[in-house]
Structure formats: C-alpha cells, structure tokens
Design a binder for this molecule. Structure first.
Ligand SMILES: [Zn+2]
Length: 97
C-alpha cells in the first residue's frame, strides 16, 4: 500500500491521468472524501484550479492513491456514484452506498 500523494500542480494531475493507474481522492470539508477513477470525467481542470490554486486547498484537496483500499484506509473515502471505481479490491461493506 503506497502513501497517498497530494497533487499540487495541474501538470502532476495530467501525468497521473496519462499514467492511468490508481485513483484520485478529492477531499472536501463539507462533502467528505470521494474516490474517482483516474480518467473519470469527474476530474475537471476547473475544479482542480478552484480547489488547489484559487482556494489554496483550504476547502479540500486532490490526492492520488494506488488503490481503493488506500483511499478507504487513509481518508475514509466513499466511491463516486458517477464513475463507480471498482469494488473488487476491498469488501463493499467498507463503503456507504
Ligand atoms: Zn467520479
């Protein structure tokens, strides 16, 4: 299990998308942490800019994780209901549905 890596620049975000491995976790002070597929349409340059650059990560941030298990373990993250990251790496009871 690798440590989550916080993503600080758009270039890093782009590199992770190109590598097409692992998952993104978007944390949010109000909504909690959500796991997304690394190439999901949920991951938008505009929302990254707003969260990381403009709001300076005060409301939440973007992280890359190697697996859903890491996301659940490190953030208590829930699966995105739109892009539906796979369940097969961890028992479904880990997540609220
Ligand atoms: Zn998603």
């Amino acid at each position: 299990m690798a440590e989550p890596k916080e993503i600080l620049t758009f270039d890093e975000l782009r590199r992770f998308r190109l590598a097409d491995e692992g998952y993104f976790v978007i944390t949010d002070n109000n909504r909690g942490a959500i796991i997304h597929k690394v190439n999901s349409n949920c991951i938008k340059a505009d929302s990254f800019n707003l969260k990381v650059t403009i709001n300076d990560r005060k409301q939440g941030s973007f992280f890359w994780v190697d697996s859903i298990a890491t996301a659940a373990h490190s953030f208590g993250a829930k699966r995105c209901k739109v892009c539906k990251p796979e369940l097969n790496l961890v028992h479904p009871s880990t997540f609220d549905t």
